[in-house]
Every structure is written in structure tokens, then in C-alpha cells.
Design a protein around this ligand. Structure first.
Ligand code: MG
Length: 447
């Protein structure tokens, strides 16, 4: 199994993600960079964060890199910082994973996530253990810059219609879940003239109230406060604040794939151009882009794939159906705070979130997973089963089979011996039917 998963290296802190592992990852990236340049190093709020950030700093200095310690930062904040101030970035984060986890994520020179190819190179060095060691007089210098978050907040204010937001003086309820968004989102919103009511906005790496993943079942308090206070919106972020989910002014949780379509619709009303999303996204995206007369470009699952494709086709918007929205006018990465500011811009323009949510088409989903030891062999057979069929088949990531009234996506997991089956249609019944057909096919192919 690859060292770097979908989102960097992750595991339980001080068991798998030890200081030694982090030192070696930092030495690997330093060796990859030819022992030259500046790396920004930051972390989310996890309890083991300071320990692991110190390890990353030590590793990078030992190779001879200049290190800028940026402290506690959301992932999109350090990404924005790296773009203009460093040659690479290392962020100690496990995003939405449970409390006991931590991880390492690498950031490329342009602020985007490290490419898969780059990760493979770093991985090779990691396993070869051929790290460069700087001679005693050339070990790196360490600086501290605690202005990364301020720089990031300013970048967002400059990328939205902040004047119209400011004039409205919106009431907004914020639940940053004690994660990295706690040091940015409430401050951004106050700067945008909002009356901000916060819950779980203290930095606390034990995440005392809720898990870092903002699922509807842990957001009941946020929902209650939105209803009680008459706020225009509630917002909750995951542990590293690259994703955000939203509660409308009626107190309804807006499913993430609807958020994506809502934002695409809003963006396309103002600017025409390609939109990029992974194959797992809802057909809502197809409808919204078709109505706007623009191209929808599908990619493999993973925000890095979406971001890179957006650069390539000069997209006006892109994102995933999990609350990870990418705004090219700000930066090519998922950004929860930017999404929040953009939704306020929508509300400032006179639309209510509940109305915009109701204006995107309705689809239903059904999903399951099947255990499978031979992922590659089984997927090959799945592909062959549809060769020459009348159905349109996409093999961008797994196999996606299109029907007149829906689709089913069959994808192997990158980390476990399972195949995921995900279906969508205009009715729940048909979505379940398509899902079951997918399961049947996988069962036949793995036999
Ligand atoms: Mg995240």
C-alpha cells in the first residue's frame, strides 16, 4: 500500500505517526528539494500537533532548508501562504479524522496540494532512507511568522464582494469544532461586518464536544442556535477547515452535494466557463452546467485531481460533493472559509440559502461496499462486462455506467480491500435498484 494516501500520511499519533516518522518525511521532502529553499510548517489544533510540528521542523533544518514556523493554521491558510512566501509547505493535520489521529500533508510551491508524482518521489526517498544531511555549519535557519492567518483572511476579503456583505451586518452562527478554523473563521466574519455567535471555537486538540468531521448528527446545537437567534446561516468546519458545511436560515442542514450545485449555479450566473468535479458528484452538476451552457469536466476522485484540472481548463469553479469547494479567484484548493464568505455574498445579493437549495434539481443516492481481495482483477472484469454495451461508460476512476435515468459508480478503495458501489437516480427506489445491479455485477466479477 502506498505511504501517501488520498490526503497525505495519516494514522494514530505517537503509534503510527511518531516524531521519527515525521522527521523522516521532512528529511525526504528536503532531500527531494535538493536541500535548498524555504519550507513553511504549520499544524491544526490536534493534541499531538506541537510535538509533530517540532519533529517536522527538526527534519527540515537537518537537511539545510530554511523553515518558517507558521503556527496553528487551517490547511487552506498555509496553502495561501506558501504560494507567496515559500517553496513548499508541510502541514501536520489529520483533517476530519477522529481525535487520536494525526498526519502529514505536503504542499507544492504554488500552494496546491503536492502532485501524486511528487509524492511518489518523496516516498521513494523515504523508503530508501538516503536523506541528505547538511554539514554542521549549513543546517537550516528557523523563523516564525504568525501572520499567515491574517494574510489568508485578507486574501478572502479581497476575493468576495465584501462591501455588500459588510453593509448587511449579518448574524452568523459558527461551529469550528475546536479545529484550525477557530483561529480564522470567526475573525474573518467579524471583519466582514457580521455579528458572530461561536460554539466550539476555542482551540482544543482533544475536541471535547464533537468529532472533527461535521456530520449533521453532531451539529444539533448549531442548528438550534441558528433557529433561536434568527441567524441567516450556520457554518461548521472540519478539523483543518478546508471543508465547510452549512445550515440554512430555517435551520436545515444542506447536504454537501447540494451545496456544490448551489455554488456552481451562483458562479455561472456571473461568469461562464468550464466547471470541474469528480465522477462521484451528483448529476445536479450536469444539469446546472447544461442550463448555463458550459462544459462540465469530470475527474478522478480527490481534490488534487479537481484542482489540477481546473488550472488546465481555466475553470471558473470546481469542487467535490463533500463540502470541498474551490474558487480559482482565491486559490486552487478546497477552502471552507472562502466558501463561507461566498455564501454570504449570495445572501447579500438577496437570495436565501433555503431558496437557492430548493432551486437545484433533486436526485437520490444509494451506496454500499463489497469486500473483495482481488481489486484489480475484479475491476478488469467489471470493465470488460460493459465493453460494447449501449450504456455510456466512464473509466476515469473505477467504472461509471450511465443509464437513461441515472448512474452507478463502481470504485475500488485506495486503502482497504473493498469495492464501493454508489448509485444515483431521480427516485430513491431506482437508485437502490441501480446500486443492487452494481453489487450483482461485482459479485459475479469477483467469483
Ligand atoms: Mg479537511
Amino acid at each position: 500500500m502506498a505511504f501517501f494516501g488520498t490526503n497525505g500520511v495519516r494514522g494514530i499519533a505517537n503509534e503510527y505517526i511518531t516524531p521519527q516518522l515525521v522527521i523522516d518525511v521532512a528529511r525526504s521532502i528536503g532531500t527531494y528539494m535538493g536541500s535548498e529553499g524555504t519550507v513553511a510548517i504549520g499544524r491544526d489544533t490536534r493534541a499531538s500537533g506541537e510535538m509533530l510540528k517540532s519533529a517536522a521542523i527538526a527534519g527540515a533544518l537537518s537537511v539545510g532548508l530554511t523553515v518558517i514556523d507558521v503556527g496553528i493554521v487551517p490547511t487552506p491558510s498555509i496553502q495561501y501562504y506558501v504560494k507567496d512566501h515559500a517553496d513548499a509547505g508541510i502541514v501536520i493535520t489529520a483533517s476530519h479524522n477522529p481525535r487520536e489521529y494525526n498526519g502529514v500533508k505536503l504542499i507544492a510551491e504554488d500552494g496546491s496540494e503536492f502532485s501524486r508524482e511528487g509524492e511518489r518521489e518523496v516516498e521513494k526517498i523515504y523508503y530508501s532512507r538516503k536523506f541528505t544531511a547538511a554539514s554542521w555549519e549549513r543546517t537550516g535557519d528557523l523563523r516564525t511568522d504568525l501572520n499567515a492567518n491574517e494574510y489568508y483572511i485578507k486574501g478572502i476579503i479581497d476575493s468576495v464582494d465584501s462591501e455588500s456583505i459588510f453593509r448587511k451586518g449579518f448574524k452568523v452562527v459558527v461551529d469550528t469544532g475546536c479545529g484550525a478554523g477557530s483561529v480564522t473563521l470567526p475573525f474573518l466574519l467579524r471583519r466582514l461586518g457580521c455579528e458572530v455567535i461561536t460554539i466550539n471555537a476555542q482551540v482544543d486538540g482533544t475536541f471535547p464536544w464533537r468529532n472533527p468531521e461535521p456530520t449533521p448528527d453532531v451539529l444539533t446545537e448549531l442548528i438550534d442556535i441558528v433557529k433561536m437567534t434568527g441567524a441567516v446561516m450556520g457554518v461548521a468546519q472540519d478539523g483543518d477547515a478546508d471543508r465547510a458545511v452549512f445550515i440554512d436560515e430555517m435551520g436545515n442542514f444542506i447536504p454537501e452535494d447540494i451545496l456544490l450545485a448551489m455554488m456552481a449555479k451562483y458562479v455561472l450566473e456571473r461568469k461562464k466557463g468550464p466547471v470541474v468535479t469528480p465522477v462521484s458528484s451528483s448529476s445536479r452538476m450536469l444539469d446546472v452546467t447544461r442550463d448555463a451552457g458550459v462544459e462540465l469536466v469530470w475527474t478522478a476522485v480527490g481534490s488534487i485531481n479537481v484542482a489540477r484540472k481546473m488550472m488546465e481548463v481555466d475553470a471558473v469553479f470546481g469542487g467535490e460533493g463533500n463540502g470541498g469547494l474551490i474558487f480559482p479567484e482565491h486559490q486552487y484548493c478546497r477552502d471552507g472559509a472562502m466558501a463561507c464568505a461566498k455564501f454570504l455574498e449570495i445572501i447579500a445579493g438577496g437570495q436565501k440559502l433555503s431558496e437557492l437549495a430548493a432551486s437545484v434539481p433533486v436526485y437520490y443516492n444509494s451506496k454500499t461496499k463489497v469486500r473483495c481481495e482481488d481489486l484489480e482483477g475484479t475491476m478488469d472484469k467489471v470493465k470488460k462486462a460493459f465493453a460494447g454495451s449501449e450504456n455510456k461508460v466512464d473509466a476515469i476512476d473505477g467504472v461509471k455506467i450511465w443509464y437513461d435515468d441515472g448512474w452507478v459508480l463502481i470504485r475500488p478503495s485506495g486503502t482497504e480491500p473493498i469495492i464501493r458501489i454508489f448509485a444515483e437516480s431521480g427516485t430513491q427506489e431506482r437508485a437502490e435498484g441501480l446500486m443492487k445491479e452494481g453489487v450483482k455485477l461485482v459479485e459475479e466479477c469477483k467469483a
